[in-house]
Write a protein that binds this ligand. Structure first.
Ligand code: NAD
Length: 329
């Protein structure tokens, strides 16, 4: 009988706990155990799920084929190097690392060691984003807002790496064109780093993305608007709501028509059709981790590979650098 895939989680804080819970429910794998520098935390989780609490990463690596790395970003590189050197497949929470050279080093190592490297840009699997696959997306303008109340957790990195990077990864999947220009501004409010940021990214094909992220808001907001020639889509990533407005030329209204204007030349009218694609509410983290397992088994490709994680990080760091330039003025 073929041996089952053995997995462990490194870092079992806020998000790592959920990785443990989901790996326990994925079929045909074994969640062997966990490791965390906080031994009390690791023991609590290992007791709850009746799995091994490893006392070192080296010990853990002797017992597994793959690892989920859910430590703070600054620790990703150090931990991932150890895992990849030992030829383990790695799922790394977003952002891939704290710097682009570090990301490049991990990607090169993973290639050399023939290991999978997957990054946790979970919004790709947000139930409100998934229906967009049914439409031909070629934006002229993307407008994104991601706001959240301040929390100490996550504030170890600037808001661009903590929150905005989710949207950066998404816009890079929607616009297939090199970046021409980046304008950015930001403010430091609660921490010594950037807590509120706005970036305007112009692509060589003329598309523009305007992203705002803040961790100083009373309520959480995660909204995206995509404008293109014949399509306007609004996505509420928090409320799982996707609304699509499609422009078509027609000779009679149909039940989806919400507005129309006569066209001079041909007796047709320009109509705006409104539709709400059905949202299938599935757990995005479970889907992401299942994709990791299936990628290791050669059944699927990672939804977000190391290169995609690296590209999102590169743009995030360019935005951060622009904001910091403004701080010096
Ligand atoms: P957290 O602080 O709650 O947990 C981190 C855990 O890692 C802690 O238990 C800590 O003791 C442990 N740790 C620290 N250094 C370690 C090391 N060298 N080896 C082993 N364990 C170590 O943080 P979190 O909120 O769970 O975030 C973890 C990662 O997940 C970060 O990279 C963060 O950016 C990412 N994250 C992603 C999302 C998402 O939406 N995809 C959401 C939140 C956090």
């Amino acid at each position: 009988m073929k041996q089952q895939l053995k997995i462990a989680v490194i870092g079992v804080g806020h998000l790592g706990k959920h990785h443990v819970e989901h790996f326990c429910s994925i079929k045909n794998i074994v969640l062997v155990g966990v490791y965390d520098i906080d031994k009390v935390r690791a023991e609590k989780i290992s007791d709850k799920y009746d799995i091994t609490c490893f006392s070192t990463i080296d010990e853990l690596l002797k017992s597994v084929d793959a690892v989920s790395i859910v430590t703070p970003t600054e620790e990703h590189k150090k931990v991932a190097i150890k895992c990849i050197e030992n030829k383990k497949h790695v799922f790394i929470e977003k952002p891939i690392t704290a710097s682009v050279p570090d990301a490049d080093q991990l990607i090169a190592m993973a290639e050399k060691n023939k290991t999978i490297i997957q990054i946790g840009h979970i919004e790709r699997l947000n139930p409100a984003i998934l229906p967009l696959k049914e439409y031909s997306i070629n934006p002229r303008l993307i407008e994104v807002q991601r706001l959240a109340p301040y929390m100490e957790r996550g504030s170890d990195v600037p808001v661009v790496l903590d929150l905005m990077i989710h949207d950066i990864d998404l816009i890079l999947t929607f616009v297939s064109s090199p970046i021409q220009d980046i304008q950015a501004a930001g403010i430091s409010i609660m921490t010594k780093s950037i807590d509120m940021a706005n970036a305007r990214i112009t692509f060589e094909n003329g598309a523009v993305a305007n992203l705002t992220s803040s961790r100083v808001a009373k309520d959480r907001v995660r909204k995206m608007k995509i404008f293109q020639q014949d399509l306007y889509i609004t996505v509420d990533l928090l409320m799982s709501l996707t609304e699509v407005y499609r422009a078509v030329d027609n000779n009679k209204n149909n039940k989806k028509t919400i507005m129309s204007a006569p066209l001079e030349s041909n007796g047709l009218s320009r109509q705006i059709l409104y539709e709400k694609p059905p949202i299938i509410k599935k757990d995005a983290l479970k889907m992401e981790l299942t994709n990791f397992v299936n990628s290791i088994k050669g059944l699927e490709k990672p939804i977000v590979d190391g290169k995609a994680g690296r590209n999102a990080l590169e743009l995030a760091i360019k935005i951060q650098d622009k904001i910091l330039e403004g701080f010096k003025r």
